[in-house]
Design a protein. Structure first.
Length: 149
């Protein structure tokens, strides 16, 4: 059975945004696993600042996990994402530098499906980066938390 692939340079961006404990990382892991099941080439990244559960994996609060690579800044993604990669997963986008939206757009311009998880606010209180791109190339999934903080 052949897997349907998008044409080169037809990438897009999926932004998963929400508060803490809203299931953002679980949703990212779910989407990435579906891509892997579809035999798509997937690379997964998180910021080096995120050492909560594991250095080499994205781990949800419910202990779902998927292997990932920690990177120091957004620019490093451009060097690390391989040409044959079809799907790029990025967790905890609010902990990356302000170049992340430009880097994500560049990856989409290279034909990648880029899935980014970000909270509503950065660790220093700023609003999370805005991922502005052509509306046909971006979807936003807002996650709500049932947790009482």
């Amino acid at each position: 059975m052949d897997v349907v692939r998008h044409q080169p340079n037809q990438g897009w961006i999926e932004v998963i945004v929400g508060s803490m404990f809203s299931g953002k990382s679980e949703e990212l892991i779910r989407r990435l696993r579906r891509a892997q099941i579809a035999r798509q080439r997937v690379q997964i990244f998180k910021p080096t600042l995120d050492t909560r559960y594991a250095d080499d994996a994205i781990v949800s609060h419910s202990e779902m996990r998927i292997s990932s690579r920690a990177v120091a800044n957004a620019r490093a993604l451009l060097e690390l994402v391989e040409d044959d990669t079809e799907v790029v997963g990025i967790d905890e986008g609010q902990f990356f530098d302000q170049e992340l939206p430009a880097v994500v757009n560049e990856l989409a311009n290279r034909g990648k499906r880029v899935i980014v998880v970000t909270g509503h606010r950065c660790s220093d209180g700023r609003n999370s980066p805005s991922f502005q791109t052509h509306k046909r190339r971006r979807t936003v999934s807002a996650m709500a938390s049932d947790a009482m903080l």
